[in-house]
Design a protein around this ligand. Structure first.
Ligand SMILES: Cc1cc2nc3c(=O)[nH]c(=O)nc-3n(C[C@H](O)[C@H](O)[C@H](O)COP(=O)(O)OP(=O)(O)OC[C@H]3O[C@@H](n4cnc5c(N)ncnc54)[C@H](O)[C@@H]3O)c2cc1C
Length: 545
């Protein structure tokens, strides 16, 4: 069961707002994406006092809109970015084995080959290097070569007229938004103070140093005092530099990446597929009862707030996939779309985004202010440690080194034992074994919290939407324990109804808003406002369809 310390909910939020008003912190983190949440955890675990403020919701920015792969990045080998690949593969290993085995899962990919001999030698050499960079100790198998016949068995949807054979290699996948909120809860568990819906508008400073920030929460401005402010606002970092009047040490170039989601029966394949495209690669990724296809990589200069997949993105993904798939995918099969913005650290104005390294930059332009940008989801823990290492230089005290290598994300401890008890748990709580297994892979050992909800009200063991795979107890839990404050937070990020169903959760929006209303203090008018805001969000997100 979750300790009370890790709970994020309206009561906790009010208490932490009081803390923001009344004390000085060692570190104030701006941004509740995976990097900011990781920084809060890293700093709190070093015994520092830390507050995290997020203007919207955990992972509301890029961290809920990735390809959801925990990977070294095969294509970075072609850019000779061996350091990044090795570091990321090391993180992948730790996440699968110790830190987050409940959330990060190994995933096999087929790499189809076209030219019989050249492709096999070239791709095979790349995969030897990829596996060697991870080293001997590994949670996922080594890659293997497969024949044309084995390829047919692996992925019947690959066009046999153009595919001559293939290779199978392994990476891992994660529900990014869910993982981020679990990292934030782990930070909370270690003593971080966390407030979402809290926008940083300015920093405060003396001639010598930064002393804190002005934060707008629930219509009020708070002067939060902190020895160091760390900006982990991803694509918004550049905007913050401008607002604060500080000269940045790096440039951020935004690159949009879109994805489409298709039902499982659209593609006949056992595992993921990676396809080389002219500019990059396209992933076909198994995602529960769906397929996730992406991504694009296009320079972006428009509004950061809600990046959208457009019609051209959808056409590009379908065209690239249809170069190798048979039967061809059709537009009307698409369940949903989404897009995200990569925060790429740009060395020069005119460089093409696809060549920019995903490595991160830590900037420390003046005393009391640090910022971090770039990197990948996979390397968030390393990024967090680097940012806190820079921040502690401006503290009066010495701080221990980062210890997050050995800190499990909440829900990890006890998960493996519970995975052996699925049948018994299903029987005890009158839910299906499929439901228990799925919840274990979303909450780990915190599944006991959900069981407690069901024990109090068995009607909440019912599915939210038939076949969607989520039960109503999870909706309530999102509000009582996981810091969700709006219907969008719940249906787009805590549960993934928005991307996983063609309904997107619209048909149950009012019912689910009513369910969480007592926890979130909503009256009838608030419920109607929430439903309307959710409908608007869906209409905007899905416009390309
Ligand atoms: C299409 C796509 C696919 C990707 N696929 C992968 C992948 O498969 N694997 C991988 O490893 N990486 C992947 N990435 C990269 C990865 O998603 C990002 O590197 C990572 O999520 C960035 O996290 P972040 O915390 O830096 O930024 P964000 O998640 O954007 O977080 C920044 C937060 O700061 C908040 N904020 C902004 N301004 C303020 C303010 N003034 N006050 C308070 N809060 C503020 C925002 O609301 C936001 O929540 C992908 C990226 C994209 C776009």
């Amino acid at each position: 069961m979750a300790t009370n310390k890790s709970v994020l909910n309206p009561d906790q939020r009010l208490k932490d707002i009081e803390e923001l008003k009344s004390r000085e912190f060692d570190i104030l983190v701006i941004g509740g994406g995976v990097v900011g949440s990781g920084i809060a955890l890293d700093a709190a675990a070093r015994g520092l006092s830390v507050a995290l403020v997020e203007s919207d919701d955990f992972a509301a920015g890029t961290s809920s809109r990735s390809s959801k792969l925990i990977h070294g990045g095969l294509r970075y080998l072609e850019q000779f970015d061996f350091k990044l690949v090795r570091e990321a593969l090391h993180e992948r290993e730790m996440m699968i084995t110790e830190q987050a085995p409940h959330l990060v899962k190994p995933l096999a990919f087929v790499y189809p080959l076209h030219k019989k001999y050249f492709d096999r030698i070239y791709v095979g050499a790349g995969l030897i290097l990829y596996d060697l960079l991870r080293g001997k100790l590994r949670a996922v198998p080594w890659h293997k070569h497969i024949s044309f016949g084995e390829m047919r068995n692996e992925a019947r949807s690959l066009n046999p007229e153009i595919v001559t054979g293939g290779l199978v290699y392994y990476d891992a996948q994660v529900d990014d938004a869910r993982h981020t909120v679990m990292v934030a809860r782990t930070a909370k568990d270690h003593g971080a103070h966390i407030v979402t819906g809290a926008l940083v508008t300015q920093i405060t400073r003396t001639p010598e140093r930064v002393t804190g920030a002005i934060v707008t929460v629930d219509g009020h401005s708070i002067n939060v005092k902190s020895k160091v402010v760390v900006a982990a606002a991803g694509i918004w970092n550049e905007e913050l530099y401008q607002q604060f009047g500080i000269k940045p040490g790096y440039k951020i170039k935004m690159s949009k990446g879109a994805h489409i989601i298709l039902p499982k029966d659209a593609i006949d394949a056992k595992n993921g597929i990676i396809i080389k495209t002219a500019l990059s690669v396209l992933f076909i990724i198994p995602w529960g009862n769906e397929w996730l296809l992406g991504t694009t990589d296009t320079p972006y200069t428009e509004d950061r707030e809600q990046p959208l997949a457009d019609s051209a993105d959808v056409d590009y993904i379908l065209n690239e996939a249809n170069k190798v798939l048979l039967p061809k995918l059709r537009r009307e099969q698409i369940l949903s779309v989404y897009a995200g913005l990569r925060p790429l650290v740009s060395p020069a104005k005119d460089s093409s985004t696809t060549k920019i390294s995903r490595e991160h930059s830590v900037d420390h332009p003046l005393k009391g202010f640090v910022s971090i940008a770039g990197g990948k989801y996979t390397t968030y823990r390393v990024m967090a440690a680097d940012a806190v290492d820079a921040a502690v230089k401006d503290l009066d005290q010495k701080a221990p080194k980062s210890s997050t290598r050995t800190i499990p994300i909440i829900g990890a401890v006890g998960y493996k034992t519970l995975m052996k008890q699925i049948a018994g748990l299903a029987q005890s709580y009158s839910v299906s074994t499929v439901c228990v297994e799925r919840m274990l892979n979303r909450y780990g050992s915190l599944i006991s919290d959900i069981f407690e909800v069901i024990s109090k009200d068995p009607s909440l063991a019912v599915e939210v939407l038939p076949g969607a795979g989520y039960i109503k107890a999870e909706v309530l839990y999102a509000a009582t324990h996981e810091g969700a404050r709006t219907l969008v937070d719940i249906l787009a990020r805590r549960l993934r109804l928005v991307m996983e169903t063609s309904d997107h959760g619209l048909s149950v929006a009012h019912e689910l808003a009513t369910l969480v209303a007592p926890t979130l203090g909503w009256n009838e008018a608030d419920i109607s406002r929430e439903v309307a805001a959710f409908e608007k969000y869906i209409a905007t997100e899905m416009a390309a369809m």
